[in-house]
Design a protein around this ligand. Structure first.
Ligand code: 6UN
Length: 491
């Protein structure tokens, strides 16, 4: 049984505090069984323009005059609103993505609430700089910093963790006094639409939060990116889309924050806690059907434990329960769409052409029921590919990893770093000195040791190289979503 969705059968834009339909619509299809979830309105350039104008107007309204304490209270009211409709948000997220109910509850919706609360409190408590400066005349000067809103922030968020990543940008943008025009992915419009209802009911002034639906190129995403009224743009998604957006905003010199792709590594040393490392690599390879930018698609295992590690990983992977979102103990749902499944299956095929040994998986599970019309794939493990194989260098974004042996720290660090990406890495070792020695040598924005995807929302989050520009999280978000101004007073 697929979880019943509680959003309207037509998902509309939310502009200046009102839900607005548009002529053109597209279909939101369930990845569990291929049925229609809802028709979704597609914003044209005029609709996007109306949204940006509403956001600009709202800056001059009560929101622009609101102090940080009052603004923080509004963000807590939004969090309260999500909490009050928790199961509606779970149903919306699960309907769009087919993910296990349990994950939607403990990760996606819980983090939607946490993101608003975290940035409400950070905005209230974050200090800025003050320097007492010497001057030639001995009287001195004071240099202090103030943070001011950027203005209208354009937000384009992805389908893999819909509410989590949507609110990871909306919350700090609002906390810093901006207004927003936000476009969720066309693959996951439901929870963002519910959030618009919560914003309205929480009394967020009209025009502060505007929601538009649509696609990227030649659709809402492009119209938003190119709109002259946008003062900054934040995007999470594929690296190639990131560079397209960067070109689009270059003329207007807009501030941009990008959290992009990855081809993350997990490194398991022989001195690791074996069971913890297996469990950790299972999580970092198969969570959310591998559809997390932080997932490990490359696993390096010290040679001494390589055969045993692969054997146990195979056994655990074959024990994973792939099924309906609301099945008891389900571990993995489908991919987001048939289109994305075609991409992942093309890599499953490519791997065999590149000479991979398919330890397990590599195909589509046959359920013999309505799920066969969904977008499921088997969790998959490969070995035997060379480091330069496309399946070992290109982001697949599915439940798959390639496991390779290594012999020394120097060797594995070089192999991990030999990538166009640099988002995250997970190291597994019980040797403290090794952990502190190796972690800083990894070219990535995030390095976990003996864990994966443990998140403290105050920390900087973002990637190096093709994995992104800038950092989100804690005061890093406050700095991105503000103009940081230095004021010098001559005493
Ligand atoms: O956990 C977060 O705050 C976050 O940004 C996760 C990003 C995952 C991308 O796929």
């Amino acid at each position: 049984m697929v979880v019943s969705i509680k959003v309207a059968k037509q998902l509309q834009h939310f502009i200046a505090g009102e839900f607005i339909a548009s002529e053109k619509t597209f279909k939101n299809i369930s990845p569990v069984d291929g049925t229609l979830i809802a028709d979704v309105c597609e914003a044209d350039a005029a609709t996007v323009d109306a949204a940006v104008k509403a956001a600009q107007a709202a800056l001059k309204g009560p929101w622009g005059k609101m102090g940080v304490q009052e603004r923080a209270a509004v963000l807590h009211k939004i969090a309260d609103g999500i909490q009050a409709r928790f199961e509606d948000f779970v149903a919306a997220e699960v309907a769009d993505t087919g993910r296990p109910l349990q994950q939607a509850r403990t990760l996606d919706i819980a983090r939607g609430i946490a993101n608003f609360r975290t940035f409400a409190d950070l905005a209230k408590t974050a200090n800025t700089d003050l320097f007492q400066s010497d001057t030639a005349d001995g009287a001195g000067a004071l240099n202090y910093t103030v943070r001011k809103p950027l203005g209208v922030v354009g937000i384009i968020s992805p389908w893999n963790l819909p509410l989590l990543l949507f609110t990871w940008k909306v919350a700090p943008a609002l906390a810093c006094g901006n207004t927003v025009v936000a476009k969720p992915s066309e693959e996951s419009p439901s929870s963002a639409t519910l959030l618009a209802e919560v914003m309205r009911d929480a009394g967020v002034p009209p025009g502060v939060f505007n929601l538009i639906h649509g696609f990227g190129g030649n659709s809402a995403g492009e119209f938003l990116t190119k709109h002259p009224g946008i003062d900054a743009l934040t995007f999470t998604g594929e690296s190639k889309t990131g560079s397209t957006i960067m070109k689009a905003v270059a003329d207007g010199m807009k501030e941009v924050s990008f959290e992009l792709g990855g081809k993350n590594a997990a490194v398991v040393f022989a001195d690791a806690d074996f069971d913890a490392a297996v469990a950790g690599v299972m999580r970092s390879s198969f969570t959310n059907s591998g559809q997390v930018c932080l997932c490990s698609e490359r696993v390096y295992v010290e040679r001494a434990i390589f055969p045993r590690f692969v054997a146990v990983l195979k056994e655990k992977t074959e024990a994973l329960k792939v099924g309906y979102p609301d099945e008891a103990n389900v571990d993995m749902g489908p991919l987001i769409s048939h289109g994305h499944r075609d991409k992942v299956l093309s890599y499953y095929k490519l791997a065999e052409q590149e000479g991979a040994t398919v330890v397990t998986g590599g195909a589509v599970p046959i359920f013999g029921d309505i799920r066969d019309a969904g977008a499921y794939v088997q969790p998959t493990i490969w070995t035997g590919l060379p480091d330069h194989a496309r399946c070992v260098t290109e982001e697949i974004f599915g439940p798959v990893c390639h496991v390779a042996p290594f012999d020394s720290e120097e060797e594995v660090i070089a192999r991990v770093n030999d990538s166009d990406y640099g988002l995250a890495c997970a190291l597994w070792t019980t040797n403290l000195a090794r952990a502190h020695r190796v972690a800083p040598k990894i070219d990535a924005g995030l390095v976990w040791v003996n864990t994966w995807y443990l998140r403290d929302l105050r920390t900087p989050f973002g990637g190096v190289k093709q994995s992104g520009l800038g950092r989100e999280g804690g005061r890093y978000s406050l700095d991105f979503y503000s103009e940081v101004v230095n004021i010098c007073i001559k005493l």
